[in-house]
Every structure is written in C-alpha cells, then in structure tokens.
Ligand binder design. Structure first.
Ligand SMILES: C[S@@+](CC[C@H](N)C(=O)[O-])C[C@H]1O[C@@H](n2cnc3c(N)ncnc32)[C@H](O)[C@@H]1O
Length: 256
C-alpha cells in the first residue's frame, strides 16, 4: 500500500505527512498546556509542524524535493493568512497553477522546460536525418523545442502533443507562424508513434517504463527515441549526450 502510494500518488503521501504532523503538533501543544506555562507562538507551532511534516514525508519515502515543500506548506499558509488578500486572488492563483500543472497529479509530470543548450544540441543531433523527417515532442510544454526545430529544419514535419490547457494554448500560438509545426491537444498515450523518425520527451521518471513499452510496440526500426535526462529503468541508452548545464541534463538516445 505504502509502496503504491509512493510510486503512484506521492501527493497523497505528502498530505498524509502533513496531517500526521498537524496531529503530532496538536498533541504536543496539549501536553505542554497541561504540564507547564510555556506556550509556543503560532509561528513556532507552524515551523515545528513543517519540520515534522518534512521528516515524516522523508521517513515515508518521499523524494528529496518534497522536503522543502512539506517544510514550507503550513508556514506559507500562515504567512498568507496574515495578509488581506482578496478571496478571488486565491481562486485565480489556484486556477492558474491547475491550468499549467494539469499533468502533475495524475501523470506525475509537471511543467519545466528544455533549456536553450538542450534545444540546440537536440537540433544538432538530428542533422543527418532526411530533410523531411517527422518529429514529435511528447508533452511539448510551451513548444520551445518545436520552434527551434521549425527554424532549423524548414522541411521537417514537427508535431507536439500536450494536455495541460495553458501550455497547450501557448505552444499552439507559438507554432502558428511555422508552417511545418503543429500542436495537438492530445495525451501522449494516444499519439501513435509509428510515423515518426524521432520521438522526443522530457517527462519524469514516472512514465518512462510505460513509454518504453509503447515505443517498442509502435516505433519503426531505425527511428530514434530521445529522452531529456530521464532513463528507462533497466534499458541503458545506446547514446548519451552530456549537456553540462546546471541541472546536469543529458540527452539519452535509444535506436529502435
Ligand atoms: C517537463 S515538461 C517538458 C516540456 C517540453 N517538452 C520541453 O522540453 O520544454 C513535460 C510536459 O509534458 C506534459 N504532459 C505530461 N503528461 C502528458 C500527457 N499524458 N499527454 C500530453 N502531455 C503531457 C506536461 O503537461 C508538461 O507540459
């Protein structure tokens, strides 16, 4: 059960850590009230809750990047609570986050972008393919990789698929001026891969095993699967291009 939550729904595990930490701090406050005179301030209680939630989340097996999120969640709520924000502001912020990070919860793939160096190296690596090669970016985000390739390879046929509403809209608009580039509102799991010479993705560790199975089923012999940084478990890449950037990105290539 815990393992399933860890791998499939880490956000629920984080919620569990937050609730347990709230209970723990409430119990401590009650005990302190009974035993002596010391009353922690609201801020001390919130910081204590954050530290406990971070430790519990870590103990439950959440990845390291959950530590600052769990630590800051309740203190951030407290900081926001102290200000007179209009109520609609929270709804607007929530909707904006939802529209951008649509795929974070179910697919466990948030939005972050291929950097300029990555896009350049990706483009250079495609030199040598036929001039009218077909390329897809699975989860194309804001369409940065597509726009770069559309400029570098005017005869190539470039497709992006994206299901987060706001990134989709922005990518679609950015690709409008490029005749050879199209962005579809479609899940990457519904995009047939058989027609492409190169399939690019920058997702997360979560979907890589399933994506590999899909690539093996659908991609043509001789075509290329390219993953920005995320490995396929148990299947070493045939080619690795180190990008030497601050996040130690790599392009991993599998020749189908
Ligand atoms: C890390 S971003 C990469 C964006 C872009 N490919 C780039 O390299 O700049 C991953 C994107 O995949 C999208 N995504 C996740 N799951 C998806 C799915 N099932 N179908 C389509 N897009 C998906 C997310 O919404 C997000 O925009």
């Amino acid at each position: 059960m815990l393992e399933r939550l860890r791998t499939r729904s880490p956000a629920l595990l984080a919620l569990l850590a937050q609730l347990l930490a709230l209970l723990g701090v409430a119990a401590l406050l009650l005990a302190l009230a009974r035993l002596g005179d010391w009353r922690p301030s609201l801020w001390q209680a919130a910081l204590g809750q954050g530290a406990l939630a971070a430790a519990l989340g870590h103990g439950l097996g959440l990845r390291r990047w959950w530590l600052p999120l769990n630590l800051a969640f309740v203190p951030a709520l407290l900081a926001l609570h102290g200000r007179a924000w209009p109520a609609w502001w929270f709804l607007a912020a929530f909707l904006l986050l939802l529209l951008v990070n649509w795929n974070s919860f179910r697919e466990r793939v948030p939005l972050y972008l291929s950097g300029a160096r990555t896009r350049r190296r990706l483009s250079e690596r495609l030199v040598g393919l036929p001039a009218d090669f077909r390329f897809v970016d699975l989860g194309c985000g804001l369409g940065g990789a597509l726009v770069q390739l559309a400029r570098d390879y005017p005869r190539a046929r470039l497709v992006g698929v994206e299901t987060a509403p706001l990134p989709f809209l922005l990518a679609w608009l950015r690709c409008l001026p490029h005749r050879n580039c199209r962005v579809r509102y479609r899940s990457l799991w519904d995009e047939p891969l058989g027609d492409y010479d190169a399939v690019y993705c920058f997702l997360s560790p979560a979907p890589m095993a399933e994506l590999w199975a899909k690539a093996r089923r659908e991609m043509r012999p001789g075509s290329l699967l390219i993953s920005n940084s995320f490995e396929v478990p148990g299947v070493p890449a045939g080619e690795v291009i180190e990008l030497h950037d601050w996040r130690a990105s790599r392009l991993l290539l599998w020749h189908l």
